[in-house]
Write a new protein. Structure first.
Length: 330
């Protein structure tokens, strides 16, 4: 197994140390994260910060019946589950020795296929019951788990340092996360620059929103009323893609982690009457003037055959040069 000391405190992001008897990970003055059945419980106690408690109770009670529900779902869409899952995480573009986070791994129905690759897999879930059911699946299938670390954590407070992963993946629980924007930001935080993020969940494709297909699905499961949360994608995302799978009933968002907002050349000058550049138009705004004066400025610029910005730069520049250097009011 990969050593648990790759984990940091989900509260402070400081490194954790293991107790001498190996029963818990310790952080700060009073942080204690027990290992239950060998699985680190990196969950923040309720009350410390907002945690995903509703989801926790829901999946704790459903771990045993969950797998049957998933088989029914793939049968309903006439889809091959293994192929569908492999297609989904193909978008992570994993390479040999990539380190991948799978959060919300549930009963390890994706994990089992990720383990076929020569990569390090950190598979975590809010619910210990789901993870234990998943671990049984991996043991029954006699999978090599030497490059797998299972853990329990909340997607809203991941126990990893910034940029720890080459890629991060989540499928199936996104619609129940308490804050989509913060969840995507937290998943993206733990991915390296240029690493990939892939998330998907129920959400009918826009062109099917008013179809009978949509009404039938939404009638049986209100989760299909969700829509792809495109407005929650972080501004540092690049090469963003969204496809709809399983007949158009689930969205799958993928992107590459960039840095900050997309680059923009502010100094390209625009042709035409208004002229100027983004820098002059956006950062160089002055107070407004009376409409009659504005019209005279437009006419004066046109008469000289230059853009309004060029005329203003020239005329105001000259006026400022001639103005007294002190005594200027705000
Ligand atoms: C529908 S299941 C999907 C499981 C698995 N990814 C699959 O495709 O079969 C959603 C999973 O997300 C987990 N989950 C829900 N909220 C979570 C949260 N805030 N943090 C981490 N996992 C969460 C649930 O416990 C559950 O196992």
């Amino acid at each position: 197994m990969i050593p648990e000391l790759n984990f940091v405190s989900p509260l402070t992001r400081q490194p954790l140390t293991k107790t001498p008897d190996g029963s818990a990970l310790l952080g700060g003055s009073d942080e204690r994260y027990p290992l239950i059945d060998g699985i680190p419980q990196l969950l923040i106690r309720s009350g410390q910060v907002q945690a995903s408690s509703d989801s926790h109770a829901y999946y704790r009670e459903r771990a045993s019946e969950y797998d049957h529900g998933i088989e029914v779902m793939f049968a309903m869409f006439l889809a091959d589950e293994e192929q569908t899952r492999r297609d989904m995480f193909a978008q992570l573009e994993l390479r040999p020795d990539s380190r991948v986070l799978e959060i919300g791994c549930g009963t390890c129905r994706d994990t089992i296929h990720l383990l076929d690759m020569p990569i390090d897999v950190f598979a975590g879930d809010l619910s210990l019951e789901m993870v234990l059911t998943g671990r049984d699946r991996l043991l029954r299938a006699e999978k090599n788990t030497s490059r797998l670390q299972l853990f329990c954590a909340d997607v809203m407070h991941l126990p990893f340092a910034d940029g720890f992963f080459d890629a991060a993946y989540h499928f199936g629980g996104f619609n129940l996360f308490p804050d989509y924007k913060e969840a995507l930001a937290e998943i993206t935080r733990v991915v390296k620059p240029n690493g990939r993020v892939v998330v998907g969940d129920e959400g009918i494709a826009p062109w099917l929103a008013n179809s009978e297909f949509a009404r039938i699905l939404e009638n049986s499961n209100p989760l299909f009323r969700h829509r792809a949360p495109l407005d929650c994608i972080p501004v540092d995302a690049r090469q963003v893609g969204c496809r709809w799978i399983l007949g158009g009933s689930f969205y799958l968002i993928s992107f590459v982690k960039g840095q900050g907002e997309p680059p923009l050349n502010l100094d390209v000058t625009f042709p035409g009457r208004r002229g100027g550049s983004h820098r002059t138009r956006y950062f160089g705004k002055l107070e407004g003037v009376a409409p009659a004066l504005r019209d005279r400025v437009l006419d004066a610029a046109a008469a000289e055959g230059i853009s309004v910005v060029a005329w203003l730069e020239k005329t105001l520049g000259r006026a400022v040069q001639n103005a007294p250097s002190d005594g200027v009011d705000d």
